[in-house]
Design a protein around this ligand. Sequence first.
Ligand code: FNR
Length: 385
Amino acid sequence: MLSRSMKRFLSLHDFEKAAKERLPVPLYAYVSGAVEDEQSINANRSAFRRYAFRPDVLVDVSRIDTSMTLLGKRYVSPAGIAPMGLSSMTSYRGDVAMAVAARKAGALCIMSGSSLIRLEEVMDAAPGTWFQAYLPGRQDQIDALIARVAAAGVETLVLTVDTPVAANRENNIRAGFSTPLRPSLSLAWQGVSHPRWLFGTFIKTLLRHGMPHFENNYATRGAPIMSSNVLRDFSDRGHLNWTHAADVRRQWKGPMVIKGILNPADARRAREMGADAVIVSNHGGRQLDGSVAPLLVLPEIVEAAGSMPVMIDSGVRRGTDVLKALALGAKAAWIGRPFNYAATVGGEAGVSHALKLIHDEIRRDMGLLGVTSLEAIRRDHLADA
Ligand code: FNR
């Protein structure tokens, strides 16, 4: 049953406005923001408008199957929740809310390695959730991370590779967001003037779980998010290269996915290294500003990848976006920010509703396109717009 409070959210876009009202300015800026001149975040959306549909008509679409198999598992649809760090700062136990909602729906979900909640807790609450890691800088940390992730029962490991150095998040500085959050009068005022977040997320977390910890699965247990040395161990990653990824491949027995690929040569390298899949992504426009919109390079990467599945994220908001990505050869499409907003406004129920919205859109759009299965979506269903 759809709760009354969710009825007003008719599309993924609708969650953003409500989340913006609810969140302290620095937190909304952290989630919504991108980098520098916002070229990539804007390009991500406009890339989808470069393609238009050529539907087939008079096809029997009375039965439509949106499901698919990926890395040996069956999922209800090709749309999933992308990994987002610090989600439990914007919504109470946000990482758990997202993973549990996805599990109940049979949907894809990747937990971020930069979560404030221990990965073991998320895996217990929602087995089958994929886990995303940034490789820490030292070999012993990498080994410890892989051992811990395996012990937690994770099946699919996603390595994010587009963050060799910290991005230039000017918007975070302007808005007063930092990790760790620096206590200040203005931050306190932001809390007080956003009481639903203050009591529903921050104080509730404090009372039930203590100060949110950045013990995020990198074996640095116990560094409070408000403390001054968070992430210090992890800022020194610039030397990491394909040899490190290959080493992880040797150690990790389950499916391994490389996230953050934007050129065909890297997709080839990932395949040769033994990756099971790649995600074409510019990190939602949050890393190198001016990096190409993933949709535009998807076809050449699909070609280079051969039989290795290729997925996409960055700017996906509609069922039609998902179908365009699939027509260009993607196996699945991941969505970031809207699910964070959905958790912010409605917790697990909000995420469930958001998943239902995108799922219903995919089904409806398949019917309108004249296909009854995802395999039936063809390149020539698209024309240049
Ligand atoms: C991210 N993203 C991200 N990616 C990742 O691999 N690890 C992470 O910890 C995070 N953290 C993160 C936090 C927030 C607030 C956002 C918005 C994004 C990137 C994310 O997985 C995905 O690539 C983009 O969000 C996709 O773009 P859209 O759908 O947000 O446009």
